[in-house]
Ligand binder design. Structure first.
Ligand SMILES: Cc1ncc(COP(=O)(O)O)c(C=O)c1O
Length: 378
């Protein structure tokens, strides 16, 4: 059973037994979708924008995405969330036996999507290198069967943001391996506390084999609207459209109108929300560092912390030995009623993912409860 499901089921059982669970597990912003976006969707629905759209997205939305990225509209496909865009890309390009390099810790869907499409995920552990793929590790992982390299900055779950120098180092290796395409997932790029650099901007000469994946889910609090997009070379985009044409036919017309309003309307809430996330992240981190048992690396983006819990493995809580990250997550669920996700769910045992997409009083409560549970360990 997957560690996430194990924890989720345990949390549900405790909830049903009458415990109030504080959850730090969510993967979506807690803010509402801005009202001008909701109003644009309403206007689209009442003005008849309720029919099938072109498979790759409405001209207006593809155009707006292309303008922002300095690309052409035929380099853009709109899908039902970034997840479906990634799925389309793998379905369109991966053959059995093809290898896809994924860095751990990873968003677990990467590995599952690659497998569903018949590919072999090649996992590179980045825990020893501050959650960053090094050029040396990339060079070692590439084989003649490598089809794709996945990059995710800012990262879910580690919060790591790649610098221009990090990307240039990877691009130097990729230049001499022309058979490797790059999928750069920047869905959290509006939630970066340091200046964000896209792979496309830092390595423009690799644009023809780079698929940039982005969307409105995280930036504009629109997870339920299901709009994401890919920007890549027109041949790849057409192949992805063929997959999309026979799976969903295209994204929802009303949601596309909403996404267009998000991209072309006021943007001030992005900086405001980013500042709130940053303050919450710092608050949670400060609070948990007081345990003296959780160790944090740099987390400059997304709304996740991914501390190591290795220092407390081997200790005993509630009469049980804590051997793994999953044991620790189960312990704090039982002892403190706080739900978290073990690092092993993201391919990196010995850690846990904490989402801080919650109000500050909720985070303070979680912190105090975890602190109490850590102090009770022997
Ligand atoms: C790294 C990463 N990429 C993509 C997605 C999917 O986003 P969407 O809601 O647009 O499908 C998520 C969602 O959690 C994510 O964490």
């Amino acid at each position: 059973m997957s560690p996430i499901i194990r924890i989720a089921e345990a949390a549900n059982r405790r909830r049903e037994a009458g415990h109030k669970i504080v959850s730090l597990t969510t993967g979506e912003p807690d803010f509402p979708t801005p009202s001008h976006i909701v109003e644009a969707a309403h206007a689209a629905a009442t003005s008849g924008q309720t029919r099938y759209t072109p498979t790759a997205g409405t001209d207006a939305l593809r155009g707006a995405i292309a303008d922002r990225a300095g690309a052409a509209a035929d380099q853009v496909i709109v899908g039902t969330g970034a997840k479906q865009v990634i799925f389309n890309a793998m379905m369109a390009t991966v053959s059995p036996g093809d290898e896809v390099i994924v860095t751990a810790p990873f968003w677990s869907s990467y590995v599952d999507i690659v497998r569903i499409c018949g590919g072999a995920p090649i996992i590179v552990d980045t825990a020893p290198t501050a959650f960053k793929l090094t050029p040396e590790a990339l060079a070692q992982a590439i084989t003649p069967r490598t089809r794709w390299l996945f990059i995710n900055t800012p990262s879910n779950p580690s919060g790591t943001v790649l610098s221009p120098a990090d990307i240039i180092g990877l691009a130097d290796i990729l230049r001499s391996h022309r058979h490797v395409a790059i999928l750069s997932d920047q869905i959290y790029h509006e939630i970066s506390y340091v200046p964000f650099t896209s792979f496309r901007d830092a390595a423009p000469d690799l644009t023809a084999r780079t698929l940039t994946v982005d969307g409105v889910s995280k930036a504009y609090s629109m997870t339920g609207w299901r709009i994401g997009w890919g920007i890549g070379n027109p041949t790849l985009i057409r192949a992805m459209s063929v997959v999309q044409a026979q799976s969903t036919s295209g994204a929802s017309s009303v949601s596309q109108a909403a996404a267009l309003a998000a991209l072309t309307g006021p943007q001030h809430m992005l900086a405001e929300r980013r500042a709130v996330f940053q303050a919450r992240g710092q608050r949670l981190r400060r609070g948990l560092e007081a345990t003296g048992m959780l160790t944090f690396g740099d987390a400059d983006g997304a709304f996740y912390l991914f501390p190591s819990c290795e220092a407390l493995l081997g200790m005993t809580g509630n009469g049980q030995r804590i051997r793994t990250d999953t044991d620790f997550c189960e312990y704090i669920l039982q002892a403190a009623n706080v739900a978290t996700v073990p690092g092993s769910a993201f391919g990196t045992p010995g850690h846990l993912r904490l989402s801080y997409s919650y109000a500050e009083d909720e985070l303070d409560r979680a912190c105090n409860l975890i602190l109490g549970a850590c102090l009770a360990l022997t």
